[in-house]
Design a protein around this ligand. Sequence first.
Ligand SMILES: NC(=O)CC[C@H](N)C(=O)O
Length: 365
Amino acid sequence: MSKRYLILEDGSVFKGTAFGASVNNRVGEVVFNTSMTGYQEIISDPSYCDQMVTMTYPLIGNYGINRDDFETIQPAISALIVKEYTEFPSNFRHEWTLDEYLSQKNIPGLANIDTRRLVKRIRQEGSMKAMLTDSLEENDEVFKSLQRYQPRTDQVKRVSTLKPYVVPGHDERIVLVDFGMKHGILREFTKRNCHVTVVPYHMSAEDILQLKPDGVMLSNGPGNPKDVPEGIALVKNLMGKVPIFGICLGHQLIALACGADTHKMKFGHRGANHPVKQLHSGEVWMTSQNHGYAVTASSLAQTSLTMTQVALNDETVEGLEHESYHVFSVQYHPESSPGPEDSNRLFDEFLNRIGSYQEGRVVHA
Ligand SMILES: NC(=O)CC[C@H](N)C(=O)O
């Protein structure tokens, strides 16, 4: 196996071996994920656009890649970093090895580095810019180009669908705004027989309302929520006209539209074991998470939003609800994919809220 190096913005260098695609000098933001399983879903989650994901679980690739567990067709992750890569998967469902899949999708992998040292560094310094390179001969040049690298701000545009499409069903008509949607969200609605129209992130509120939806779902997605003004305007124009449910980026866009603020976290939440407390019942749910930004708790005071859920690890805002409109959101992933399904019931809650909204409308008509 050929050598490959990871160079961080702070100057640290990790020497490992290459797998996946042969791409030299790939740059991205290096982050880490603590899920013990689910690397296929993680690699294909579009919210990782422009990020290099380090898996803290030490053995990756052992069950290969199957045809069913993708979260999108074209993955957007910039690289995958692991401790030990397993070349020979053992799983009757597998169609490809992880190495084959990453090569097909032009994603470089790095194996055989001390991922614990890397993750400690990220926890200390925060998520950092990083580069994967095949040689250290031009080290100074490589390092300079890494320092010059300006992260892009158009991730949502790159991963959202270009045109609307329909996944037919018999029951509620849901418009799903695709900011970089995981297929898991679509699966939850189709499981419940909903008729789903997936639309591009920039579709106007007017065009969405023309579709006469029973509810609008705002998906997860990559990047900084403040880089998606179309999404913020959309929420402002839809609130009060249709029930809305937001997940992750969708949650952050709702907060911004209501006048709250968001901030970049030091190293984010990425994993399948994040405990979240329901403030109304005291119940704790284990959740699947992937976010680097969060809603600023202190900014909620001046808004019509109430915090409904909180992260037990660090008190991050995990859930919001609007005081007067049928608008609610969560920072984590109720569709799991991968991870625990404790919060899966939120999709039923959304459909129930749609029901009460419609009853309310009939009564007041
Ligand atoms: N999964 C998501 O939707 C992530 C939202 C946003 N890109 C963040 O990192 O915070």
